[in-house]
Write a protein that binds this ligand. Structure first.
Ligand SMILES: C[S@@+](CC[C@H](N)C(=O)[O-])C[C@H]1O[C@@H](n2cnc3c(N)ncnc32)[C@H](O)[C@@H]1O
Length: 271
């Protein structure tokens, strides 16, 4: 594994998120499950590729790779992947997973902070799913990633939405108010209180930890993301869930009704 790149962006947020993922690795899923494959195919379409075979030979940065499932999937299709995370525990899970699926030699593992990223390398594709909203500065992180794109390179980010995540925001607020930032106490309530099956639904334990117990997350509107893309010379290609009636607010409200609190935006870099 390559060493930690650049000066780490030190803050209470970064430290608490680091400690959280050291104790509760995420997402720990099987990279070739039907559900995960469907998600990965969606990413591939959002990057503007017609099929999986077009990934062969492309360089991909998986920024905030977590336990490595997406990197492993992309490497298994012939891409040359850089799997990057600030957290050494997460990276060690990712490395073990890559070895298990015999793609270890196709993935370069890097321990680095996206907010201070300077890899001296450019990529055809960048993926940053579910990461920037756990950092103290989403705009800074995005601009650092944008600098690592080749001309015509494509980026895909996934973030929590400011409007459609309102229900989880309220639940998180109540849980953190009652139990502080203590994941164990929060999860005792989520798993133990008679009515809290309503909070759990069919979600896995990893997802529940990530949903309720993580010490920090931020929320973002489409408007903010459009500005961020524009400021970094990246034109938007796709938004998922889709935009309705060419109107951001109607779209975000429709996501709220459908329970889609996470949204993804892809774009292509110019000059
Ligand atoms: C919710 S997990 C997402 C994992 C993976 N992207 C996925 O979708 O399965 C968030 C990951 O972002 C990493 N992370 C958080 N802040 C980071 C930063 N500043 N630089 C690099 N990685 C970071 C965490 O360590 C964690 O592994």
């Amino acid at each position: 594994m390559h060493g930690k790149q650049g000066a780490s962006h030190s803050s209470g947020v970064a430290d608490s998120v680091y400690s959280f993922y050291s104790e509760y690795p995420y997402p720990l899923v099987y990279p070739f499950s039907k559900r995960h494959e469907q998600l990965m195919r969606k990413f591939i379409r959002m990057w503007g590729l017609r099929c999986e075979s077009e990934l062969k030979g492309l360089s991909i940065l998986d920024a905030g790779c977590g336990t490595g499932e997406k990197s492993v999937y992309l490497a298994s299709l012939g891409a040359s992947v850089t799997a990057l995370d600030i957290n050494k525990t997460q990276l060690s899970y990712a490395q073990a997973l890559a070895r298990r699926h015999r793609v270890g030699e196709k993935i370069k593992f890097v321990c680095a902070d996206i907010l201070a990223l300077d890899l001296n390398d450019k990529f055809d594709l960048v993926l940053c799913s579910g990461v920037l909203h756990h950092t103290p500065d989403v705009r800074l992180g995005f601009s650092r990633l944008a600098r690592h794109l080749r001309q015509d390179g494509r980026i895909l980010i996934g973030l929590y939405n400011k409007y459609s995540r309102i229900h989880y925001r309220l639940l998180r607020w109540a849980l953190h108010k009652a139990y502080g930032n203590d994941p164990k106490r929060i999860m005792e309530f989520v798993n133990g209180f008679p009515l809290s099956f309503l909070l759990r639904g069919k979600a896995s334990q990893q997802t529940l930890y990530d949903r309720y117990a993580i010490p920090y997350e931020s929320y973002h509107s489409l408007r903010e993301i459009r500005e961020m893309f524009r400021d970094n010379n990246i034109s938007i290609m796709h938004v998922s869930p889709p935009i309705l009636f060419d109107n951001d607010m109607i779209s975000q409200l429709s996501w709220l009704i459908k329970g889609k609190s996470f949204f993804m935006v892809s774009g292509k870099r110019h000059q």
